[in-house]
Design a protein around this ligand. Structure first.
Ligand code: SAM
Length: 346
């Protein structure tokens, strides 16, 4: 049976065609501060009041708010004076800046950086490589030099990545019992969101964030509270500098940035540094073995094409890399959420 028989066309055509319009509505309402204003306001507000408070046109704001109602990002009450808008529970949770699970930075990175780079998806598919040259006029020979093309871009990237862990960090850290591993290195640990989840679930562990010096500096200054002594830092380049001994190495969203040869180089180095009986935890979005899904992993693999040197992989592909580096007893846990976990032992 052809899989297109599942499609409800022409509805599916319009739904796919409009996909980026939907994203843009959510990004724009977020960027203009619609959800923050409605969270702070005493009650529902009219479109004119929202437009005035946010300094936009009345006609543009009314259409934006109505589209948000269509997407169930806002609720609306019809009164004799007209329509009054309020946040939904979903918007309060993910789209306001002050929520502990806020995805504001995630959306802003998508809106400004990812959206811009995906303009070059066709070129990326033609060339088989990322598009920093076309998008920003810069070389991507040093991948993270290109990604961190300014301090501002680097900080935006750090906030963006960190926001995921407030909604999926617990699932990946709880996928295996990591309590036997007390000395943990989060290699490429960035802003430390996953390190914080780790010490909260395993209070007897210490986690060292190993990352490039400028990333570590910002993580210390902006993200990890100084009183948190169970999180420490190590500045280094994981391809060039030594990696210290530990019980467990977390590699979250690291291997998907790199081609197989670089993954092998890093995994072999980690295997050498790892204590006997220790292990490595990979956190990635896993493709099905036949690559027929999940759609999020397929889209992320294209994202890796546009932005990095890597790709998303199947459990077997990761297991082969781990085995070649010397790791054994490989276990795969699909969390049923966005990110999955693979544990290999030394
Ligand atoms: N693990 C974090 C997470 O999931 O939120 C960050 C993942 S991010 C895609 C890749 C991380 O690897 C960044 O923090 C980056 O600075 C770091 N990184 C890239 N190249 C590195 C290198 N050569 N040495 C150390 N860290 C590096």
């Amino acid at each position: 049976m052809s899989s297109t028989q599942d499609l409800d066309y022409p509805q599916t055509f319009f739904q796919y065609n409009h996909g980026f319009l939907v994203s843009k509505v959510m990004f724009t309402a977020c960027e203009l501060g619609v959800f923050d204003l409605l969270l702070e306001s005493e009650g529902p507000l009219s479109s004119d009041a929202i437009a005035e408070r946010l300094g936009t046109s009345a006609s543009g704001m009314e259409r934006l708010l109505d589209a948000c109602v269509g997407l169930k990002l806002l609720g609306v009450e019809m009164k004799s004076e007209g329509a009054f808008y309020r946040n939904t529970e979903f918007s309060n949770l993910y789209l306001t800046k002050s929520s502990p699970k806020s995805q504001y930075h995630h959306l802003m990175y998508y809106s400004k950086t990812v959206y811009f780079c995906w303009h070059y998806l066709t070129d990326a598919v033609r060339d088989g490589k990322n598009q920093y040259e076309r998008a920003f006029g810069i070389s991507s020979e040093d991948l993270f030099g290109a990604l961190y093309r300014s301090e501002k871009e680097m900080i935006k990237f750090m906030y963006f990545l960190n926001s995921f862990w407030s909604i999926c960090g617990r699932d990946v850290i709880a996928a295996f019992d990591l309590s036997p591993f007390t000395v943990i290195y989060d290699v490429g640990g960035c802003a430390g969101g996953l390190a914080q989840e780790c010490i909260s679930l395993y209070p007897n562990s210490t986690v060292t964030i190993y990352d490039l010096p400028k990333v570590v500096q910002v993580a210390k200054e902006r993200f990890v509270p100084p009183e948190e002594h169970r999180i420490t830092f190590h500045e280094g380049d994981f391809f060039k500098d030594p990696i210290p001994e530990a019980d467990l190495y977390i590699l979250a969203r690291i291997l998907h940035d790199w081609a197989d040869d670089k993954c092998m180089q890093l995994l072999a180095k980690i295997h050498k540094a790892c204590k006997a009986g220790g292990g490595v935890l990979l956190v990635e979005t896993l493709l099905n073995e036949d690559k027929t899904g999940p759609l999020d992993a397929q889209l992320f693999s294209l994202m890796m094409l546009v932005h990095t040197e890597g790709k998303e992989r199947t459990p077997t592909e990761y297991s082969k890399l781990l085995t070649a580096a010397g790791f054994r007893e490989i276990q795969v846990k699909k969390t049923g959420k966005f990110y999955d976990a693979i544990l290999g032992k030394k």
